[in-house]
Structure formats: structure tokens, C-alpha cells
Design a protein around this ligand. Structure first.
Ligand SMILES: *Cc1c(COP(=O)(O)O)cnc(C)c1O
Length: 359
């Protein structure tokens, strides 16, 4: 604590990311990164973009990238907003669409950045308590509120909300913005981008960090009707007009254009996920059904935190949240086929050892 800090700085509780350890080599399954490299065309585009033009500011409107994304999703360029990772897009969205004296609503078990943004902007919020099986109770969102945000698939549970439920939420809240955070939608979920034409209050947020293997370049985007996108631009241009650099914008264009490569990687991950779910169930884990590139699992006979620490000692890094209702769960990112083979082998031995010791 410093006397120089503003009241906001003193009171904020910053988000804590999953660690990026440097002490030894881990099988890193803790931050939902893609185990496969970005498309070779992306690497090529980055090399080509490393040129003398870097002395110039980038295009503040990211026109080329917006056109590429608009074409991919059959939208108009005016319905696309680009940001420095979807975390930035989300941060701008909270400021653009939510008011201080009206509660916004999001699930109690959800992306832990949402409460951080809410507190940063002094927004009140209500938590919609997920059911015991971690599914969303739609009724919780059919009430007076200042706006809604839901990740679909949800993080860290991996569960999806069906499109009819999202429609009900959009219809009930027609005067408020409903943000659907589709960070993981490419691993088997159903996108609501197709609803944009019918719902002026729908904002869909996506990222290149997960399904397109580009967590390292920081590109996220929002899709919605023009009036929502105009609002986002007002906020962005009141903070920093150049949030996306020349190299990242070129890389992102190449990533979106190489659809074949992206689909191949996503489908490999989905296949591996299904195999890992089966493997975990065989050794006694309870696994929440996932449509994401991670799974959320707990073992009825083993303490989650203890297991997390033992895995870590054994070079297997997963994510553990010491929070009510989920403190016996591990969130396991789906790595490559090979990594997950090693993971399951080692986990099997660790589980057998813990259980035999406890008996
Ligand atoms: C990873 C993640 C994001 C942020 O991704 P960026 O890397 O900032 O684009 C946003 N929402 C959810 C639910 C996520 O898991």
C-alpha cells in the first residue's frame, strides 16, 4: 500500500492469471493455451510485417482485419470492433454499456475477470447461482438488471447454454446489453453471431488466443449491431486509439483466412478432450461435460488442492481455484495428444498412490 495510490488503486483486487513458470519444464495445462502452433501463414505474415512501416502508427480502425472478420462471419465491417485481446474488449464493454447504479448479472462461477472490471468501474453486480451440476438457471437472468454477461461455453466449467435460452435472455432484457463471451466457442459450442441481425442488444466477444493459437499476439474482437460498435469506439478513442499494432493486425488477418488449419487444430483438441474425459472417468473422476479446450473435474476421494500440488511437483501444471463450491475441482487444459497421454499415465499413478496411502 502506498500513500501515492488513488482510492481506486488501493481498493482494487486485480485479476490473477494462471502462472507462466520458468523454474522447470512443465506440461502446461493451466491457462487454456492451444498446444498447436499458429498457422505457418501467420508466421509468414508476421515476418513480412516486420518492415520499415513500423515507424508509422498502425491503422486505428484496423480496417483490413475488420473486413476479414466481417467476411468470415457474413457481417458488415461496421459490426466489428477489434481490441488488444478480448480482455480489453470486455473491459471497454463494461464501461461502454453498464451504468453504476444498476446491478449487472453474471454467473457465480464464471470468468474471474468480470468482478474485477465491475469493481474497477464501481459497478454493482449480482451473481446468478449456477445449479448443483453447474448449469445456468435461465430464470436468474429474467429480472430487472443493468446488463448481462455470460461466457458460452462457461469458464471454468466448460458447460454450454443453448441458443433458445440465450434468446429468452435477449428478449427479456431488450433494453440492456447482453454480452456473450465466446472465448471457447470453436471447440464444439454454438455461436450466437447469427442472432446479431435480430437483436440490437447482443454483443458477441471472441478471441484469437485459444482456438487460433495466438495468445501471444493479443487480438480479440466484438461483434454486434453498429450502434453498439460505435459506443465501443467512443470509449476506445477516449483511452488509446492504437490498441492493435501493425504486426498483430497482419497476423490476425492470416489466422482468420487460414480456416482449414484452424479447423484441423480445433478438431484434434476436441478428439483429445473426449479421450481424456474417458480416461479421467476410468480413474474415478467426475467430469463436467465440456465443449471447451479444457475440462473441469474432481475426484470424490481426493482433495483438489492436494492433488493440484502433487501434480505440480510432478511437472504437470493445471489450474486450481480456491473458491467456494469449486475448491475440489481442477481445470485441465487440453494439450496435445502426446502431452495428454503422459498426463493421464502420471495422473493414474498419482491417484493410485494417494488412495492406497489414505487407506
Ligand atoms: C481467455 C479468456 C478471455 C480472454 O482472452 P484474451 O487472451 O484476452 O483474448 C476472455 N474470456 C474468457 C472467458 C476467457 O477464458
Amino acid at each position: 500500500m502506498s500513500k501515492y495510490w488513488s482510492e481506486i488503486t488501493k481498493n482494487i483486487e486485480p485479476y490473477v492469471c494462471g502462472e507462466q513458470p520458468k523454474d522447470k519444464k512443465y506440461i502446461k495445462l493451466n491457462t487454456n493455451e492451444n498446444p498447436y502452433p499458429p498457422s505457418p501463414k501467420v508466421i509468414e505474415a508476421i515476418k513480412n510485417a516486420a518492415n520499415e512501416d513500423l515507424r508509422l502508427y498502425p491503422d486505428p480502425n484496423c480496417d483490413e482485419l475488420r473486413e476479414t472478420i466481417a467476411k468470415y462471419y457474413k457481417l458488415d465491417k461496421k459490426q466489428v470492433f477489434i481490441g488488444n485481446g478480448s480482455d480489453e474488449v470486455l473491459a471497454f464493454s463494461f464501461l461502454t454499456f453498464f451504468n453504476q447504479d444498476e446491478d449487472i448479472i453474471f454467473p457465480d462461477i464464471s470468468y474471474s475477470f468480470y468482478p474485477v472490471y465491475a469493481k474497477l468501474y464501481k459497478l454493482d453486480y449480482r451473481l446468478a447461482k449456477l445449479k448443483e451440476d453447474f448449469s445456468i438457471n435461465v430464470e436468474d437472468f429474467l429480472c430487472e438488471n443493468g446488463g448481462v454477461i455470460i461466457p458460452n461455453p462457461n469458464a471454468p466449467t466448460g458447460r454450454t447454454l443453448d441458443i433458445e435460452a440465450i434468446k429468452r435472455i435477449l428478449e427479456y432484457n431488450s433494453n440492456k446489453v447482453v454480452i456473450i463471451d465466446e472465448a471457447y466457442v470453436d471447440f464444439g459450442g454454438e455461436s450466437v453471431v447469427k442472432l446479431i441481425k435480430d437483436y440490437s442488444n447482443l454483443l458477441v466477444v471472441q478471441t484469437l488466443s485459444k482456438s487460433r493459437s495466438l495468445a501471444g499476439i493479443r487480438i480479440g474482437f466484438a461483434l454486434g449491431q453498429e450502434e453498439l460498435i460505435d459506443g465501443l469506439n467512443r470509449i476506445k478513442n477516449s483511452m488509446n486509439s492504437y490498441t492493435v499494432d501493425r504486426i498483430a493486425a497482419k497476423a490476425a488477418v492470416a489466422a482468420i483466412e487460414d480456416e482449414t488449419y484452424f479447423k484441423e487444430c480445433a478438431s484434434k483438441i476436441v478428439n483429445t478432450r473426449e479421450r481424456v474425459v474417458e480416461g479421467l472417468k476410468k480413474i474415478g473422476f467426475e467430469v463436467i461435460p465440456s465443449k471447451a479446450n479444457f475440462i473441469f473435474a474432481s475426484h470424490p476421494e481426493i482433495n483438489g488442492e492436494k492433488l493440484f500440488l502433487i501434480l505440480r511437483e510432478n511437472g504437470l501444471l493445471v489450474r486450481y481455484f480456491n473458491k467456494p463450491r469449486i475448491n475440489n475441482y481442477l481445470r485441465i487444459t487440453i494439450g496435445s495428444e502426446e502431452e495428454m497421454g503422459i498426463f493421464l499415465e502420471k495422473l493414474k499413478m498419482i491417484v493410485a498412490e494417494i488412495i492406497s496411502k489414505d487407506k
